[in-house]
Write a protein that binds this ligand. Sequence first.
Ligand code: HEC
Length: 246
Amino acid sequence: MFQIRRFNYCRVCLALLLVWLLAGCSRVDEDVVGETAASTSLNAGASTPDYLAYLEENEQLSGGQATVFDTTPNAFSQPIPGLEREQELLFFVGNSFFNQNWVTAPASTTARDGLGPLFNARSCAGCHFKDGRGRAPEFAGEMPTGFLLRLSVPGTDFYGEPLPEPNYGGQLQDQAIMGFAAEGVVNLVYEEMPFTFPDGETVLLRQPVYELSDLAYGDMHAEVQTSPRVDNQLGVTLTFNDNDGD
Ligand code: HEC
């Protein structure tokens, strides 16, 4: 008797469970259907999710017809799709000059010698690594990659361009070939500053502070202005990150 009652109780449980599951399933199905409908109607322009309304037509083609869809580390180094054979040849010749290191003259090569005497990097790719972004040094003394310091003094030239620093020119060159002194060293330290959002949340921001030392060619102008730059990706490509953020 007890057994049967328990059985009855479980049947009610099972029935309830089934109802709950079915309700759950149908809810999930509705969601999926809703989403599919939204994405298929994207082109039709009807009932799109809010954020899609802010996209421009073909916004995913950041490089226009030249956009490449690539998730590899070489994503920014691709030629424009559909180049003629000859144009492709030109691309690869140019690309090799971009990647190869220049050397001090005289050298066994005559096409790539003449580096320096002062310089920032031995090749374009020395800064534009894989045509992607550079970054400022993480700590004082780390060699910069794709980072440089522009120099100027107050005023503008005939064309409205900044006036170069009289002794060091428009850019600090922190490397030199053998027998020459580099112009100087950029020392970068970060000062941490707390910042509070209007909602009260606090974060620590890093403010870079640049200092020049070991200036080899005399003092700089008293009013020298510095402008640190980090290079951007060069390719007109669009990349998609996979979900783990690589
Ligand atoms: C010392 C590092 C360094 C070297 C070497 C270097 N670049 Fe750059 N490049 C930069 C930085 C930094 C910028 C960004 C400048 C700025 O924002 O004012 C830049 C910008 C550019 C841009 C503009 C990109 C844009 O989106 O506007 C092009 C094109 C470019 N570099 C090509 C080259 C080529 C070609 C070479 C070799 C002949 C080269 N670079 C060598 C650091 C470098």
